[in-house]
Ligand binder design. Structure first.
Ligand code: UD1
Ligand code: UDP
Length: 376
């Protein structure tokens, strides 16, 4: 095809006003991002359905978010569950194809970069159903991350792309995505944070969990950190060095639970290992902490707004705006004990270079997305 030839795509912008919008959610971060978009479309009277793929299924990884965030109960749960990438993605695609064929939605909205996101975009594109991608254009440029593969492919397949930061818009333009389809709308994960800010009562959580005044909150789940027992053992030893200085509270993601237990992570008097927390308790834990150690994407963004120092155990981030405009800093494990000591001494090793929070992270991203999609 010559480059002069026009692209032919489903007509996303003009989807029929009475057609159903279907939201695809499956994993923990999806629920936090979808909640404000679903609410804003509901307020505009748009017909919509929530399809839960079942990629995450434990109560603490899934149902608790529906209870806490006012998300409507899923209209359907495909119950896909866990598996290798190929097994999980294939099962997601089979379930979603059946669902989309029965429902014939006017638009499918996908969130973030998990396997459910990619599977839904692929299935919808082949059925000529327009796709909107919320959190488009993030790039770590690290193809060893499954999320990087998922985001790149999803963006190529999407008809409407909602970006959370100006860099994301730049990446999409650089990759040849038609800029007319890209909208900088802010960050729906931050809508959820700001919309619930009064619920994050740090004094009450301290009392309930018997937490000291100073503690570090930790959460790790990236394959590069939790899949290899040798790396897990090294990280456990580093976290023990941190716990020599200050209590460490870690709600453990199920992906790394066995490996961290085998490495003896809990065998330190100042290490507190917990099951995954519900959203309100987790963000409250972060809000009340002295510093956070993480590899989570969402937590880098939440700490940026909460002003809590964030030490991200990764060589790169698809969210550089959390470094330039926030409290985030990329670290290797050997730096952790020293950086925590500095933070405890009142230094701010992750100080932002830009004084303001990222543009449009103001709690209104869901409203902007709904206005663009519903035309009102
Ligand atoms: C997934 C996403 C990742 C995201 C993370 C958020 C992909 C490729 N990865 O990673 O981008 O940051 O979710 O948390 O989509 N498990 C349970 N209970 C559950 C869910 C999972 O025990 O409710 C265990 C299973 O052993 C499973 C493992 O966790 O094999 C990994 O789950 P999976 O959904 O494949 O990937 P995550 O590591 O959770
Ligand atoms: N989160 C939570 N409980 C936890 C850990 C995280 O509610 O025990 C929330 C967190 O505040 C954020 C979202 O889950 O809103 C991010 O999910 P996760 O870190 O699993 O995924 P990522 O953002 O890395 O894709």
């Amino acid at each position: 095809m010559s480059s002069a030839q026009a692209e032919r795509r489903p007509a996303a912008a003009g989807f029929a006003p009475d057609a159903e919008i279907v939201h695809i959610v499956g994993a923990r971060p999806n629920f936090v991002k979808a909640a404000p978009v679903v609410a804003a479309l509901e307020a505009r009277g748009v017909r919509q359905a929530v399809v839960h793929t079942g990629q995450h299924y434990d109560d603490r990884m899934s149902a608790v978010f529906f209870r806490e965030l006012g998300l409507p109960r899923p209209d359907v749960d495909l119950g896909v569950g866990s598996g290798s990438h190929a097994e999980q993605t294939a099962a997601l695609m089979v379930g979603l194809e059946r669902e989309f064929t029965t429902r014939s939605p006017g638009l499918v909205i996908v969130y973030g970069d998990v396997n459910s996101t990619l599977a839904a975009a692929l299935v919808a594109a082949k059925l000529h159903i327009p796709v909107a991608h919320v959190e488009a254009g993030l790039r770590s440029f690290d193809w060893t991350m499954p999320e990087e593969v998922n985001r790149r492919v999803t963006d190529q397949l999407s008809d409407v792309l909602f970006a959370t930061s100006p860099e994301a818009v730049g990446h999409l333009a650089h990759e040849g995505v038609d800029v007319d389809r890209v909208h900088l709308v802010g960050n729906p994960m931050i809508d959820t944070l700001l919309g619930n800010i009064d619920r994050f009562d740090t004094a009450a959580l301290r009392a309930r969990l018997d937490l000291p005044d100073a503690y570090v909150a930790a959460t790790l789940h990236r394959p590069a950190n939790v899949d290899d027992p040798a790396i897990v053992a090294r990280l456990a030893a580093r976290l023990h060095e941190v716990a020599d200085q200050v209590d460490v509270v870690m709600p453990v993601h199920p992906r790394g639970a066995k490996a961290f237990a085998a490495a003896g992570l809990g065998d330190h008097p100042r290490m507190r290992l917990l099951d995954p927390l519900g959203y309100v308790d987790f963000v409250t834990l972060v809000r009340g902490s002295t510093a956070v150690v993480t590899d989570s994407g969402g937590v880098q963004e939440e700490t940026t707004i909460l002003g809590v120092p964030c030490l991200t155990l990764r060589p790169n981030t698809e969210r550089p705006v959390t470094i330039t405009h926030g409290t985030n800093r990329l670290v290797v494990d050997s730096e952790l004990p020293g950086l925590v000591a500095k933070i405890l001494a009142g230094e701010t090793p992750g100080a932002p270079t830009v004084a303001d929070v990222p543009p449009l992270w103001d709690g209104r991203a869901g409203e902007r997305i709904a206005t663009i999609l519903a035309g009102r």
